[in-house]
Design a protein around this ligand. Sequence first.
Ligand code: NI
Length: 258
Amino acid sequence: MYFDSHCHLTAEQFDVDRDEVIQRARDAGVSQILTLATDVASSRAAIALAERYTGVYAAVGIHPESVREAGSGDLDILRELAEHDAVVAIGEIGLDYYWDKTTTGLQQNWFEKQLEVAAELDLPIAIHDRDAHAAIMATLERKRNPRVRGVLHAFSGDAAMAFKAFDLGFMVSFGGPITFKNNRQAPELIRALPLEKLLVETDSPYLAPHPFRGKRNEPARVIRVSERIAELKGLSSEQVATQTTINAQTLFGIASGI
Ligand code: NI
């Protein structure tokens, strides 16, 4: 059994065949999937999907690339949506200094506000960090609290940052890029990290693993990511699949089996 801890099933890229995509994941053994939101509309859509499909769970949140379009009332709407049974996390939230540096202040504000809502509701958070390692870690350090916990998704930091994140109550998640032949950091990094702190993800429809790089990604392909971790760590595929599934179930407070 596998748990795809981060994807975007509500993305329009899945509009033509969403049922088939979810069925293919199930058939492949990916029995649990967390679908992440980027704004209020996709938060609502994520909840609707989770209501419709067993084994699909929702996260609600405003992505750092969506802060410019977010309205002042959106935080209250999110808080309300987050109370829904299908919602197991707040995300994805965080900082992106790669795409747009003109909104860093606004991004920081949304990141902290949503982090506070998550703590208030005792929900884990899924963090997007692109070229913003220092600011993300400084924020988590400042907001340190037993109720602030979650995952750094598509982790791109080094081992020191990962261990700091573990200490702050976070896990780290890896996706398709660790399967790329030219990824020189991943092997050493993954060998250095304890399996008990790792999650696997697709971030589909993006970041398809080798040999599908550049194509539309889908949750069934999380298996390749899990297998790559097994290969790098010299563990069995089953061991990695089982442990990363337990890690995700624990973090998101989801029972095993469906
Ligand atoms: Ni994402």
